[in-house]
Design a protein around this ligand. Structure first.
Ligand SMILES: NC(=O)c1ccc[n+]([C@@H]2O[C@H](COP(=O)([O-])OP(=O)(O)OC[C@H]3O[C@@H](n4cnc5c(N)ncnc54)[C@H](O)[C@@H]3O)[C@@H](O)[C@H]2O)c1
Length: 443
């Protein structure tokens, strides 16, 4: 049966979940503290860039099953299920900052006017859901104990990929649901009935297991990217081609070809903070997560490697002073406007320190990047406006449109001839045949 749901936090995860859960036939109220976000969403204007999101948003608003509000109290009172999708950013000490989660738990406790299932979709360290349960009991004076719990807690970590978030919501590889109370499981079966019908695998497990599945998955993927990046540096030094190496590795079914694309180091709102948080969690249990710690360090080196490599091409230390660098791609990966922890941030910062003038282009992320760098850079809506007069062309994000870049035109419009292709999206032979001094990663 359709459920009344409140989704707290309407960022990348909360907005996509709100839209998706209402598309499943549930009645959903998306809640955010930011009134501008709520106002836009109620008008059907997406506040993030995700392919397909606008259509789903409009359709579900029109159906009357979806609405957005800043009134968290009423939304919780009316809901049978409350999803937490607020941010859990990295704190200064590296742990996950749970202050947004804590605030929402306070709101739920105040409005516990009947049985509710509290579902945590935010990525939270192992033990957090049990803490949420304890804290709700303390604050509300009600018990989650069987046989007649006043509420139940479910850990439902989210695995959607930015850029493919809508597709991932409707066709996830799996759902992970950590729970204790049978009643909570019945509610979640109703919420996700549509996915069950299309045979999406559902992993029912304990709260702690669900929490750790999320961190284990992200840390593993971060490790895989970092592995191929380090192999790429070695391949380059040894005169081998990382493309052929990665493709051949991927032919081994145990390895798989996914996440074997070398680049300027991973970024985004998840891998960096989740790897740090996992190291902190390990420490709190007396377990040294040495491998993940090394991945974090190697990823930092990879970002530096891109500019170091570029400096070698332009004549060594100081050689970027006064040069114009066109940076194509600012988002942390293609198909998103998200620049959180984007490798472009570290790279552009370094270029400015080296005395370069930076002309940037990105199809979706210009506004978010400008919020960080202000007037210290130039921002262009057309890639050739960024390329014009540049000494160096540096590709940082693998947007499809860069794969077919008109290199002849670039040759004519640039002042110099250096291309650093940090995503290996161009054809090296073609670039070299046009007279470019071209470098990819690991080729
Ligand atoms: N972005 C991803 O690709 C992704 C994927 C999987 C999991 N996650 C996890 O999901 C969680 C959310 O990530 P995100 O990227 O959607 O974050 P986000 O920063 O885009 O969105 C969080 C939203 O919560 C709102 N908010 C903060 N405090 C609030 C409160 N007290 N009441 C109501 N709204 C409040 C903020 O205004 C913001 O709009 C994080 O834990 C993240 O690690 C993210």
């Amino acid at each position: 049966m359709a459920k009344n749901i409140a989704v707290i936090g309407t960022g990348y995860v909360g907005l996509v979940s709100s839209v998706g859960l209402s598309d499943f036939g549930n009645y959903v109220t998306g809640v955010d503290v930011n009134p501008e976000i709520v106002e836009k969403l109620n008008r059907g204007v997406p506040t993030i860039y995700e392919l397909g999101l606008e259509d789903y948003l409009k359709r579900n608003l029109e159906s009357g099953r979806l609405t957005f509000t800043t009134d968290i109290d009423t939304a919780i009172q009316q809901a049978e299920i409350v999803f937490l999708a607020v941010g859990t950013p990295q704190s200064e000490s590296g742990e996950a900052d749970l202050s947004q989660v804590e605030q929402v738990v306070g709101s739920i406790a105040r409005n516990l006017n009947g049985f509710k299932v509290v579902v945590c979709k935010s990525t939270v360290p192992v033990g957090t859901n049990r803490w949420v349960k304890r804290r709700l009991e303390e604050l509300s004076g009600k018990s989650a104990n069987q046989p007649d719990p006043a509420f139940a807690v479910v850990s439902n970590p989210e695995f959607l990929r930015e850029g493919k978030a809508v597709q991932d919501f409707f066709h996830p590889d799996r759902l992970v649901l950590g729970y204790e109370a049978p009643k909570a499981r019945e509610y979640m079966e109703d919420v996700y009935r549509v996915l069950n019908l299309i045979h999406v695998p559902i992993v029912w497990c304990g709260l702690e297991t669900a929490e750790l599945i999320k961190y284990a998955s992200n840390a593993f993927l971060a490790t895989k990217i970092t592995f191929i990046n380090q192999m790429a540096v070695l391949a380059e030094a040894a005169g081998a081609d990382i493309h052929v190496i990665a493709r051949s590795m991927g032919m081994d079914g145990r390895i798989s070809p996914k996440f074997l694309h070398p680049g300027p180091g991973y970024g985004g709102s998840c891998f960096p903070k989740d790897t740090h948080a996992l190291v902190s969690t390990g420490a709190s249990y007396g377990v040294e997560m040495s491998l993940v710690r090394e991945v974090i360090a190697a990823n930092r080196q990879m970002k530096a490697h891109v500019v170091d490599r570029l400096l070698k091409m332009t004549g060594g230390p100081g050689s970027l002073q006064g040069k114009v660098v066109a940076v194509l791609g600012l988002a942390f990966k293609a198909e998103t406007d998200d620049v959180r922890e984007s490798p472009a941030i570290t790279i552009v910062q370094r270029l400015l320190e080296e005395g370069a003038t930076v002309q940037t282009h990105d199809p979706e992320a210009l506004a978010n990047f400008k919020a960080l760098f202000g007037d210290t850079l130039q921002y262009h809506e057309h890639e050739f406006d960024a390329i014009k007069g540049a000494d160096v062309l540096l590709i940082v994000t693998e947007w499809n449109e860069y794969r077919n870049l008109d290199l002849e035109r670039a040759k004519n419009e640039m002042r110099g001839n250096v291309i650093m292709d940090a995503r290996n999206v161009l054809e090296p032979e073609k670039a070299r045949s046009l007279g470019f001094n071209y470098r990819g990663i690991g080729r």
